[in-house]
Write a protein that binds this ligand. Sequence first.
Ligand code: 13P
Ligand code: SF4
Length: 306
Amino acid sequence: MRTVRDIQDEIVRLRKEKDVCVLAHSYQAREIIECADFAGDSYQLSVMAEKAPQNTVIMCGVRFMAETVKILSPNKTVYLANPVAGCPMAEQMDREFIEGVKKMYPDYTVVAYINTTADLKTVCDVCVTSSSAVKIVKKIDNDNILFIPDCNLGDYVAKQVPEKNFKLLQGGCPIHVAVTVKDVNKAKEAHPNALLLVHPECVPAVVAMADYVGSTSGIMQYAMESDHKEFLIGTEMSIAEHLQYNCPDKKFYALSRKLVCPNMKSTTLIDLYNCLIGDGGEEIMLDPQTIKDAKRCIDEMIRLGE
Ligand code: 13P
Ligand code: SF4
């Protein structure tokens, strides 16, 4: 019988032999992260995708992340390891809807969270990720910001950049918004000495209770560098799990059992293996005009994010 370790070894051998770059978002399972070329948050993955020397990339994450790789590297062959892995937030608003909203706010710069479809990105001005949003919005040469689709991340950014005017729409991550103040109080009661670290996709009332607010990588870095010993992790469960592996002398607790993203969890080690042997995954195909138009706002993100 093959063990997890056997399959991991085979994946590492195959990706080297076939010269394939395997990228994994930090929400992926431990066994996938261990055999990826690079793991990180959505900003780091988009930068790595462009820099990777390989001509083939497999994304273990969700669809918009694989699309971002294709937009930045149109000459590469890009696969999404499991085709059912979408991001519900990315599907909440489409291009036609935002074109209509833009007509109502013609003087606003449209800032799109990277959790959007390639088609929607074609009509946006600049992309942001949770780790780069505040820095980028501060640098935009316009005080009027239409922030889409996540109103919770938008609210967090608006509070960090009070000198600008924000219009927010009613989008968001169904996983992070499910966490309530009641959940936080319950978790704090169970772990009174723990620091609370949350992702800005959580609702403002939860964000307001946090000791630190940041992206998946921001949360991991903060916890690893902190002298503190106990942490409540307010983002997808995997982050608490990875931190517990990395820092065995500290204690990490998931803020709520609701923090499981079924889309991020739909990719398995076997999906990655099957994709590598040409028996699974989906090749991302985007038409050249969509790539050209969507690339403008991603290039702008990288330019302003540096
Ligand atoms: P990061 O930008 O922190 O990687 O987050 C991506 C995401 O989908 C969070 O839910
Ligand atoms: Fe999308 Fe939320 Fe899952 Fe992130 S956690 S991929 S925003 S549904």
